[in-house]
Design a protein around this ligand. Sequence first.
Ligand code: ADP
Ligand code: MG
Length: 623
Amino acid sequence: MNELIRFIKVRRIAVPQRISILPEIITNKIAAGEVVERPASVIKELIENSLDADAGDITVEIAAGGRRLIKIIDNGHGMSREDALLSLERHATSKIRTDSDLDGILTLGFRGEALPSIASVSRFRLATREAASLEGTEIIVEGGRVKDVRACGMAPGTVITVEQLFFNTPARLKFLRSAETETSHVGDTVARMAISRPDVAFTCISDGRELLRVQRGDLRRRLSQALGKDASRDLHSVNSSDHGITITGFISGPNTVRSTTSSMFTYINGRFVRDRVVQHAIMQAYRGVIDRGRYPIVALFVTLPPGEVDVNVHPTKHEVRFRRQPVVHDTLQNALAEVLRRSPWLTHPLTPASPGGSTTSQAHLERIAAAAQASLNLPRRETPFYASKNTAGKGAAMPVAATATPFESAAVSEPATPFRTETTGRESHGYFSSLSIIGQFHSEYILCQSGSELVVIDQHAAHERVAYQRLRQQCETSGIESQRLLFPETVELSFTETAVAQRFQEDLGQIGFELEPFGGNTIIIAAVPRMAAGNASIQLVRDILAELVTLGTSAAFRERLDELLARIACHSVVRGVHPLDNRQIAELLHSMDETDFAASCPHGRPVSHVITLGELEKIFKRT
Ligand code: ADP
Ligand code: MG
C-alpha cells in the first residue's frame, strides 16, 4: 500500500480519490448488519459470551420484545478495565490468538465482532467485574461512541444492557416485527441455548413476566422444562460413537411428531446449528417411520474434533462445513436408525419384527390400526394400540403421548367422514354419481366404470377434497361450525406457538377454534372445528399454529385461509385403509359432484385417475 502511495506522489499523478478506507464506526455498523438482525440475535451473541466466560447462571431480561431493553446478567469470570475497553474494539477477542487457533475452536465466539457491532447500533452499557477485583468497570457507549468509563460497585460477572436497538439505523428498525413476535424469537433463542447447556441455570423475563426459569440439571429434565412435558414424554436416548464422531441426546418416537422442524434442536460441538447434512441424516433415519411432512422432536449433540468442522462459514455461525461430510451424515443416520430399530413401537406381534432389517413403516402400522378399528366399528383415534402388553412387558418407554383422551370416545360415535348421510337420497346427475361402482380396492381406492373407462378414485384424497369444499362453503355462509370438547385438552406449546395462539386468538375463533391461555406456555383447547372433532385435536392445533408462525396480521390470516381450511380438512378425514360399502361409496360420489371439483385434493394430489380400455388392451397385448 505504502509503495503505491509513494509511487503516486513521486509521479505527481493527480488521481481522483474514489476509494477510501471506512472509519471504524461505519465498519462496525456494517458488521452489525450481518450479526445483529433482531433482538434475538443480540441475545444469542451475549449468551454465547456469558457461556464462554464460564457463567453458571444467566439471566435475560427484555422489554417490548427487546426493542426497548435487553439485559443479560451473568456470573462468569468478568473482565478487567483494560479488557473491558478492548472488548469493544473490532476484532478484539480473548478466544483465539494465532491463525492456527482457527482450526481448533472450542469456544462459541472467536470473531471479536459482537460487542462492537451491538454497541454501534444501540445505547449500550457494559458493567463487568473480575472476582479478584474490588470494584467493577462501567462503560457507556452510544451508537458506537464511548461516552463514559467509570468504576462501579457490582457482583463479580458481567451485566450488558442494550437499549433502543437500531435507534440510529432506521432501515433496520423498520424490519422489526411486533413485540410478541420478537419476544417469541427471544424465547426460542434462550430455549436453544438452555437446551445446549443443562449445567447452566437460565432465566428469561419479558416485560416482567417469566418466560423460562430452569435450574441446573440433566438434559432430560431440561428438555421437559423447555419443551413441555407432552413433548418430552416420548423421548429416547441416543448415545453412540463411531469414526471419531460422538452423538448424544434424545429423539422422539413416531407418535410425537410436529409439522415443522422447529422442535429439532441440533448442536455441533455445542453450537446450535441448522445444517442441511444433519437434517437430512435425521430425516433419513425416520424414513418410513413417520409420515412425510412430519418432523420428530430431537435434541442431538454431535461432537467431533474441532479440526473436522469449519464454523467460520457464516457470521452468525448457524451453518458449518464438515471436512468428512458423508461420514458425519452416515454416522448420524445409523446412530438414530439403531435407536429407532430397537424401540418398542416397532415390535407389535401383528407386524413381524425385523431385528437387523429395515424399519417397519409407521404408515403400515397406521393401516393395521385403522383396519382393526374399522372392523370393530370403533372410532378412529390416534391410539398407539400396537403398543400392546407384549411390548409393555419389556419395560421399555411407551409412546403414551397420543393415547386416546376420554373426550374422543365420549364425543364421537363414528368416524368423522365428511360425506355422512346428509346427501343420501337426493338425486344428483354429475359425473361421479353417474359412474357405476365396481367396488373397493385395498380399502383405499374406489373402482368405477364409465363407459369403456376404468375410473380409480383415491378415497382419502376425495374425502379431503369434499371436506375442504364444505369448510369453504361454511366459511362463506354461516361460518365454520365449532364443537366444544367434552373434556378440554391442555397442551404445552413452544414460545413461538404460544405467541401465535395469542396473536390470532380471535381469527382462530372465526374458524372454529377456541383456545384459552392457561398460564405460561400452556393453552386449553376448548373447541375445534366440528368437522375435525374426534380426531387428534392437539396435533390439529399444532399444525394450524405452525401454518401461522410466519404471519403478522389478521389480513395475512385471511390470505392464508384456504391453506388453513385444507389443514382442517386433512385432519377431518380417515387416513389409511378404510373399508366402505357400496352405499357409502355412492354417498361419497354424490358429495364429490356437489363440490366445486377440480380433480385434485387440497394438497395438490390427484383424486381420480382414468384407465382407458385401450390402455388395458395394450397391457394385455390385445392390440
Ligand atoms: P468474541 O466472543 O468473538 O471473542 P465479542 O465481541 O463477542 O467477541 O467479545 C469480545 C471479548 O469480550 C470476548 O473475547 C471476551 O474476552 C470478552 N467478553 C465479552 N462478553 C463477556 C462476558 N459476558 N464475560 C466476560 N468476558 C466477556
Ligand atoms: Mg462473542
